[in-house]
Design a protein around this ligand. Structure first.
Ligand code: WQD
Length: 338
């Protein structure tokens, strides 16, 4: 069974390719290498013993997308990761984000609409919930006004898919709303490779510990939480990757309840910034240099998933602990720097 993975050389994409290949799927990757590298193919091959087919392509080139689908008329599913994901950059370059994240989505759905039967998995985000009114966050919690063009592309992206599924019963789609994916493959053959200064907490922690950054700034300790720092649902990237395979199998087996479904991907457990730091210190044996600074604009206080639907309907459950995730992130960082 041939599956297209767009953005398959990126952080979550590459881990998903590994899990797909482990389950016997044939994978074709499209990636423009804007935030990844061809070396990731070596890592995937080292883990799975198989090198996926790779096409370097900018999906904004509509005619190339059309040609690709003509050539690969036997696709059984598409998992769409390719997107721009830096929140701050999206504020500076909104049209780039709308073109990359929504223009491309439309082109893919246009091609999928031509097929007799099409299965589509979309990378969505817990960012659609904003600061939820109640915790843990269920999938039917209201979608809040987006804080950034990036967040907006995830909200509108889901709407575009929902509207398309509404008129195309041959198209089935699942949107997976990720909480905070972290960590790396336990083999340390693949992991996260942020370009420049990391905006996300965990790569900033590991880069600080390895000496690349001087100090971690903890953004605020005066939030209404137990230790005053923000709370997130950090989930191991391998767990996230496995959820994509389960979601795909749900569509292939026609076990879906409707042709557009949404699931949260989280552990169900919230951890504060200080808890993440302490977990890191525990598994690494390193002391982290950090200081408390002002709050970061736009941060929600708390977000963690209600995983009931993911567990009982999708039939998937996160297996790794925060310590497992932090250990793998640290092993990966050390490998990359050495
Ligand atoms: C986590 C916590 C920070 C960096 C991001 C995306 C969002 C969604 C999920 C995809 C927060 C604190 C961070 C630092 C810190 N992704 N922090 N010092 O903000 O939950 O959301 O991932 O769709 O769109 O923006 O993740 O890793 O940036 O921050 O204290 O140097 O760590 O304040 O509480 P966030 P994050």
């Amino acid at each position: 069974m041939k599956i297209l993975v767009t953005g398959g050389l990126g952080f979550i994409g590459s881990h998903t390719v590994v899990e797909l290949q482990n389950e016997g799927f044939e994978v074709v990757i499209i990636d423009d290498l804007s935030n990844s590298s061809e070396n990731v193919l070596d890592g995937i091959e080292a883990i799975t013993g198989k090198r996926p087919i790779f096409e370097k392509m900018d999906l904004r080139e509509k005619s190339k997308v059309q040609d690709f689908f003509k050539k690969h008329h036997d696709l059984e599913g598409v998992i769409h990761f390719a997107a721009s994901k830096a929140v701050g950059e999206s504020v500076e370059k909104p049209l780039l984000y709308y073109e990359n994240n929504l223009g491309v989505l439309v082109y893919l759905l246009q091609e999928l609409s031509k097929m007799d039967k099409a299965n589509f998995i979309f990378s969505s985000s817990c960012t659609v919930y904003g600061q939820a009114d109640s915790l843990p966050i269920t999938e039917d919690a209201p979608v809040k006004p987006a804080e950034s063009p990036y967040g907006n592309t995830k909200q509108i992206g889901e709407e575009i898919i929902r509207d398309t599924c509404h008129v195309n019963s041959q198209l089935s789609a699942i949107a997976l709303r990720y909480f905070n994916p972290i960590g790396a493959h336990p083999s340390v053959e693949i992991g996260e490779l942020p370009i420049g200064v990391p905006q996300n907490l965990v790569p900033f922690i590991t880069q600080t510990a390895v000496g690349l950054r001087e100090q971690l700034s903890v953004f605020g300790d005066d939030y209404p939480t137990e230790d005053g720092t923000c709370i997130r649902d950090y989930i191991h990237v391998v767990d996230v990757a496995k959820a994509h395979v389960v979601a795909l199998q749900r569509l292939l087996g026609q076990k879906n309840d409707s042709n557009f479904e949404v699931f949260n991907l989280g552990t169900g457990k919230g951890s504060s910034v200080l808890e993440v730091i302490h977990s890191f210190e525990r598994v690494s044996g390193e002391k982290l240099n950090y200081k408390i600074v002002d709050r970061r604009p736009g941060d929600v206080i708390q977000a963690y998933a209600d995983t009931t639907n993911a567990n009982n309907v999708l039939g998937w459950k996160a297996a790794s602990t925060l310590d497992d995730s932090m250990k793998s992130a640290w092993d990966w960082e050390q490998k990359v720097r050495n």
